[in-house]
Design a protein around this ligand. Sequence first.
Ligand SMILES: [Fe+2]
Ligand SMILES: [Fe+2]
Length: 204
Amino acid sequence: MPTTLDHPALVELLQRAYSAERAAAFAYIGHAGSLRDPAAKVAVRQIEEDEWSHRRQVLVIMRQYGIPISRWYEVKYYAIGRLISASCYVIGWFMPYFFAGRLESGNVCEYFVMMQRFHRLGITEHDTVLYEMGIKEKEHEVYFLEQIKHSRLLPFFERIFSWGRRKSANDVDLDRKYAVPESYRYCASYSGDPETKAEQPVKR
Ligand SMILES: [Fe+2]
Ligand SMILES: [Fe+2]
């Protein structure tokens, strides 16, 4: 069945997010497994659960428009997820937290960019789901940063990889959140598509 969504970049973003959510879930299985602290294990397992739930929610949206699962992304992100999962046991304590936080930081805008692209098509019915997923990724980012914010390695890693206490890949602030109807304003300069910049929903 051909997709009924006339926006190739949005279709691609949904397909990638669907596959990348599983990579994230796999990575957190390894991360939780490598941790000794029981409370930290529970927290990372909960984040893993959140990623499986995101994958299910993205699939619901894809099915609604007849968007096929990308075989290529499934294979690629399966391999990436398994590799990261295994590496958590050998790269020490700091790096799994750091790279998880950095990854989450980038994932936040994916969901707000999806919202902007849906708005281009006059579709607002997914706003709440996309908002909740984007905000959840922000909570994940904040959680991971919280774990390493006092590490002496952080300033060094922040300088090289552009993420840490001062740098983030999104402009969401959990203490001063937009409500759902205004949240399309998030990530206005992150989408890469100038025509969707801070796009308001098309009135129908
Ligand atoms: Fe996620
Ligand atoms: Fe996440």
